[in-house]
Design a protein around this ligand. Structure first.
Ligand SMILES: [Zn+2]
Length: 106
């Protein structure tokens, strides 16, 4: 078990949250190819180390929370804390800029 810092509720147990996935940019629906959509929907970088993730505080404020998490040690820090983690190169055609707003399918 580890704890996640919710900007609305404070430091809470991870059991109150649901993992919503790695943060990444959604491809442009006007120009994305089916391959780009497939990669966006079903492929995760799954890096060992620091990643940017979105968690849903389902038993708290019911908001999406962005954090940085070390996938090996489960150390968690707010998304805006410290240096940005190294992000693996996204698949071709996927922009790794700002993260998705978190309004995706749940
Ligand atoms: Zn919360």
């Amino acid at each position: 078990m580890f704890q996640i810092p919710c900007p609305h509720c404070g430091l809470r147990n991870v059991a109150e949250f649901r993992h919503a996935g790695e943060q990444r940019r959604r491809p442009d629906p006007q120009t994305a190819t089916p391959e780009e959509w497939r990669t966006y929907l079903y492929t995760q970088a799954n890096d060992a180390g620091w990643t940017r993730e979105t968690w849903y505080h389902r038993f708290g404020c019911r908001r999406f929370v962005g954090v940085q998490r070390h996938t090996v040690t489960n150390e968690v820090r707010p998304a805006d804390t410290g240096p940005a983690p190294s992000v693996a190169s996204p698949p071709a055609g996927i922009d790794a800029g700002a993260p998705d707003a978190g309004g995706g399918a749940m």
